[in-house]
Design a protein around this ligand. Structure first.
Ligand SMILES: Cc1cc2nc3c(=O)[nH]c(=O)nc-3n(C[C@H](O)[C@H](O)[C@H](O)COP(=O)(O)OP(=O)(O)OC[C@H]3O[C@@H](n4cnc5c(N)ncnc54)[C@H](O)[C@@H]3O)c2cc1C
Length: 381
């Protein structure tokens, strides 16, 4: 099978690249090392997303009734690839565009849609995702942050951890426990981060300043209207959200671009010789392209209106392997890139080293493949 972009898709990619080339500052590659959730990049991203919105490039894949252009999943993938190729100048706002917006459209009340969607569409909002807890990461259904309904409001007590963007976010997409049923006892609340009783503590991180946090909830009160979906509906809703989130992050493309840069550096300095470096580069390229193909198979299914099943875990695992391989290649063959020789490769490394733990552990993807693809027996829970 030969895969090529059609003329219109190629023109869309070219238009996005031309926009980024014109709008990103000359020192963008060095600047992007601030880290995706740093105050500097968050401030930059807010201005940049407004420009994208003004030029119809922030959410062209959203439906027309919500201000988008109704473009298909291939365009969404092209948009995401180009953004990641340039080091994701949208910062944390990629979440709004990829999954929070679409999830609001599907599950939000008319009041929630009217309140949040226009702000997201103007590139003004920053969310954080309050899922993981100290003892509930891979086993998310064991989460314990409690929300108790008291008349017209919920009272929240508990703790989240590893929460990206929490220091600067306006609103938290928060998973809470409202009953003891493992999965059907989880409820989503949309919590303004300036609500009294919320304490945010930054955790130092290699990805950069402001990346991950602990978030404490002590008698935090939110009105019942901030509940998202029904009580106990969170598991269904996040199943939908996470598929969108993971598809919206084409890290295989960033990894492939980083690999090409690393090879170019080796060629420039006359070190592109010998079997080992070439074999390793070939292995990395094969992993990147394998991951690309696995991701494209899913985009194709979505563009045909079909549901996505456990193949999403295969695509994610392939992407994790590609990212890890390229990180290792750079450390092995062009380590000076991680000092100051290549801001781009340093940026890739900062984002790539968390592959296989952020957005869900690699081993969990393997468990899903073992159970749902290979139909191997599961451990009773
Ligand atoms: C940079 C970064 C950003 C993040 N941002 C957010 C965020 O914004 N919001 C949020 O809610 N969370 C966030 N996370 C948390 C992330 O989702 C969790 O780290 C991840 O789900 C793993 O959970 P854990 O850290 O509790 O590790 P654990 O679940 O304790 O896993 C530790 C190790 O044990 C393995 N393991 C666990 N269970 C199994 C099993 N059943 N079978 C085989 N192996 C297993 C895992 O694969 C892993 O290698 C972020 C994490 C990072 C690193």
């Amino acid at each position: 099978m030969e895969f090529t972009w059609n003329e219109e898709q190629q023109a869309f990619r070219d238009k996005l690249r031309a926009f980024l080339d014109a709008e990103l500052p000359a020192d963008w590659e060095a600047f992007s090392q601030h880290g995706p959730a740093s105050p500097a990049l968050t401030k930059f991203a807010a201005e940049f997303c407004r420009k994208l919105a003004d030029n119809g490039m922030l959410f062209p894949h959203w439906p027309v009734e919500h201000g988008g252009q109704g473009l298909d999943p291939w365009h969404q993938q092209i948009l995401a690839e180009v953004m990641w190729e340039y080091g994701e100048p949208r910062g944390g706002q990629y979440m709004n565009v990829n999954w929070i917006g679409p999830t609001l459209m599907r599950y939000g009340t008319p009041a929630q849609q009217a309140h949040y969607l226009p702000q997201i569409a103007r590139g003004e909002m920053l969310w954080c995702q309050g899922f993981s807890e100290p003892d509930s990461g891979s086993d998310l259904a064991s989460l314990r942050t409690r929300a108790v309904l008291e008349g017209g409001h919920y009272r929240i007590n508990g703790q989240k951890i590893w929460t990206s963007y929490a220091g600067l976010a306006d609103t938290c997409f928060l998973l809470t426990r409202t009953s003891d049923d493992r999965k059907r006892g989880i409820t989503i609340l949309l919590v303004p981060m300036d609500t009294p009783g919320i304490t945010v503590r930054q955790i130092p991180s290699l990805i950069g300043e402001g990346d991950i946090h602990e978030v404490f909830f002590d008698d935090v009160i939110v009105p019942i209207g901030q509940r998202f979906g029904e009580e106990g509906q969170a598991w269904e809703i996040i199943g939908y959200s996470l598929t969108n989130e993971r598809l919206g992050i084409p890290r295989y493309h960033l990894a492939r671009t980083a690999l090409d840069r690393a090879v170019a550096m080796l060629k420039d300095r006359g070190d592109w010789r010998g079997e080992i470096v070439k074999a390793e580069a070939g292995r990395c390229a094969a992993l990147c392209e394998g991951a690309r193909t696995a991701n494209y198979a899913i985009v194709q299914k979505r563009s045909e209106g079909l549901g996505v099943g456990p193949e999403a875990s295969s695509a994610r695992f392939a992407t994790i392997m590609a990212e890890r391989a390229v990180c290792e290649f750079v450390v092995e063959f062009v380590p000076e890139a991680l000092a100051d020789a290549s801001p781009y490769l340093k940026m890739h490394h900062q984002r790539g080293i968390v592959a296989g733990i952020a957005s869900g552990a690699a081993e969990i993807q393997l468990n899903i493949i073992a159970g749902d693809v290979l139909e191997l027996p599961r451990e009773p829970r």
